[in-house]
Design a protein around this ligand. Sequence first.
Ligand SMILES: Cc1cc2nc3c(=O)[nH]c(=O)nc-3n(C[C@H](O)[C@H](O)[C@H](O)COP(=O)(O)OP(=O)(O)OC[C@H]3O[C@@H](n4cnc5c(N)ncnc54)[C@H](O)[C@@H]3O)c2cc1C
Length: 260
Amino acid sequence: MKILVCLKQVPHQDARLDVNGDGTWIREEGIKFEINSYDTFALEEALRVKDAGEAEVVVASIGPERVSQALRTALGMGADRAVHLKDDALAGSDALGIAQALAAIAREEQPDLVFTGLMSDDGNASSVPPMLAHLLDMPHATAVVKTEHKDAGLRIERELEGGALELVEIDLPCLIAVQSGINQVRYASLKGIMAAKKKPIAAKTAADLGVAELVGAAAAKVAIEKIEPPPKGDRAEILEGTTDEIVAGLLGKIKELGLL
Ligand SMILES: Cc1cc2nc3c(=O)[nH]c(=O)nc-3n(C[C@H](O)[C@H](O)[C@H](O)COP(=O)(O)OP(=O)(O)OC[C@H]3O[C@@H](n4cnc5c(N)ncnc54)[C@H](O)[C@@H]3O)c2cc1C
């Protein structure tokens, strides 16, 4: 069995974000990045299939040079090899452009199973997985909280509103968009990190994959016009400073309100 896991690298959850000069994205200089949290669960789910039998796990990511760090981490956790689509032509791609590029990678890899996260921690579109499944003509399931192999397919549980579950059987090949918390994500061991240094990361361009016309700002039908930080409420105060100063300031406020 071959499993493709789509990983996005996103700003670290502790990064302090500022809007960039033209107001269309965040300022990326000086902030740390990490694997999208949902995608770590997707990778763990794939690695568990590999641990249980024969499977090759290929991780794929689209993004600039820094993304190779995320791919190395995934290889350190146990993925076998990586594909990195690194091309300035991808700038300004909308979700469909990203899905087209991932679909081209999947067509080359011919996986039996594609795992993605349910959504990205930054863009939050939750659109790439169903679009990707459609482009690959694969059945798919989103918000998946349990997977179990059964005959030539999977038996899965999907999370519905109010904690209800939906049980679904789905044929392979298929795409599974994983909800967070589905498993306990492993850390990369020292041995895994050392082994990862020898594992291949194949660098691709949009032209290599034949998608140059389908990605980037020119192909996008959705353009980010503006992003704004959340409005500060009338009674809200943002505490500035180091973590210690913020904690001390917060304690002071709690005491002022007589809550402590
Ligand atoms: C500089 C810049 C400009 C942009 N301009 C635009 C624009 O003009 N219009 C617009 O709509 N969007 C734009 N985007 C957003 C970007 O294209 C989004 O990443 C894309 O729309 C996918 O949406 P999402 O990240 O919310 O993914 P979701 O659909 O929320 O992601 C779900 C899952 O899809 C997979 N996935 C998503 N992205 C990747 C990736 N890069 N590599 C591998 N797997 C992935 C992951 O498994 C992820 O968990 C821009 C982003 C940047 C950085």
